[in-house]
Design a protein around this ligand. Structure first.
Ligand code: PMP
Length: 366
């Protein structure tokens, strides 16, 4: 089957700006329209969005002839209330990808180059390149953990996915705090896309450090990947700077249906909590089962597992799963080519996955 993934660098018109000719765009996970495929490749939730979110979005559809509220007042109030911060310490965006881009634009330049791990969210180097920002990739240690010492006092704008992707590994808040405290003249952005699956948020630190920006998303724990809703939390001054970028690019960045859905989802925290509980339970079950089959999994605090087999290559496993109708994510990067990133889904899906992996390696699920 042809892979329909955007690869702008292969061809370009003669009109394409020289600023972007060498840009390698981000490669999103496949979204194939194949029926009965078990899709474990983009860390979506297997559960539908909250009924409250769906109902609120449907009601908002009646007003689609009007622009959405550029101040996102009600949504910001709902997020602020949930996190225990002030409304002007929050900015909602079109997915958290958008606030990441805003942060590269707002807080990086030649004097404040970017720094992030060599194995982390693949959009960071793309945003740096897009905005002409110099960047350094800091190698993770052999076991894929962050070496905190490498980030102490480096005088760069630091981006840390915590828990990290695609490794799933989490760094304790007190360690992040050491990094933030040691770089007072640079912003440290903590990308908490996966924080709701058992990790510890850095939001409680935003009043203590005016250089800390925390981002989160509704895409994972709140089952709203298709709605595109993320947000950042930080000092009023950081949020004001990000608003300058927002109002200079797209003041209506969050559409009216998504805004309403976000408020609906926040009014249904019991649903979100229960879904997260099930994902965590399924993650631990899957990890135990894979361990017993001889697979090696990192210690994931997310809704995915990062998995390798000591004898079988990552791409071979990816292909064998695909032949069985199960789609996972394989990265060709040399350091992680033996691994696959597998989204944690329902118990039924996880049972099918582990049985398929057992068959692939010629063993049995115990
Ligand atoms: N950060 C990380 C670490 C991610 O894995 C993702 C999801 N691809 C995002 C941010 C962006 O998520 P979204 O734009 O859907 O909020």
């Amino acid at each position: 089957m042809a892979r329909r993934v955007w690869r702008a660098t292969i061809t370009m018109s003669r009109f394409f700006s020289s600023d972007y000719r060498s840009l390698t765009p981000y490669t999103p996970g496949e979204q194939p329209q194949i029926r009965n495929l078990i899709k474990l490749n983009t860390n979506e939730s297997p559960f539908p969005p909250s009924e409250k979110a769906v109902r609120a979005a449907a009601e908002a559809a009646d007003s689609l002839h009007l622009y959405s509220d550029p101040t996102a007042k009600k949504l910001h109030e709902a997020i602020a209330k949930k996190l225990g911060v002030d409304v002007d310490e929050v900015l909602a965006t079109n997915g958290s990808d958008e606030i990441l881009n805003f942060a590269f634009m707002a807080f990086c330049d030649a004097a404040h180059p970017a720094a992030f791990a060599d194995l982390t969210y693949g959009f960071y180097p793309v945003f740096a390149q897009l905005n002409g920002i110099p960047y350094t990739e800091i190698p993770l240690s052999e076991d894929f953990t962050i070496r905190v010492e490498d980030y102490i006092g480096i005088n760069k704008t630091i981006f840390i996915a915590n828990p990290n992707a695609p490794t799933g590994i989490f760094l304790a808040r007190k360690e992040i705090e050491r990094i933030v405290a040691s770089n007072p003249d640079n912003v440290v952005l903590v990308d908490e896309a996966y924080v709701d699956f058992g990790a510890e948020s850095c939001v409680p630190l935003i009043r203590k450090y005016d250089n800390l920006l925390v981002t989160q998303t509704f895409s994972k724990s709140r089952s709203m990947a298709g709605a595109r809703l993320g947000f950042g939390v930080g000092s009023r001054d950081l949020i004001r700077d990000l608003n300058t970028i927002k109002y200079s690019t797209n003041p209506y960045n969050v559409n009216a249906m998504t805004m309403a859905a976000g408020i609906g989802a926040l009014a249904d925290e019991a649903y979100t909590k229960e879904n997260c509980r099930q994902i965590i339970e399924n993650r631990e079950w899957t990890k135990r089962t894979l361990d017993s089959l001889g697979f090696v999994c990192t210690d994931s605090m997310t809704n995915f597992l990062f998995v390798k087999h000591p004898q079988i290559g990552g791409e071979a496993i990816y292909r064998a799963l695909r032949e069985r109708g199960i789609l996972v994510r394989h990265f060709a990067l040399p350091r992680i080519k033996d691994y696959n990133r597998i989204t944690v889904s329902t118990r039924e899906h996880m049972r099918i996955l582990t049985e398929a992996l057992s068959e692939i390696i010629g063993g049995n699920v115990s």
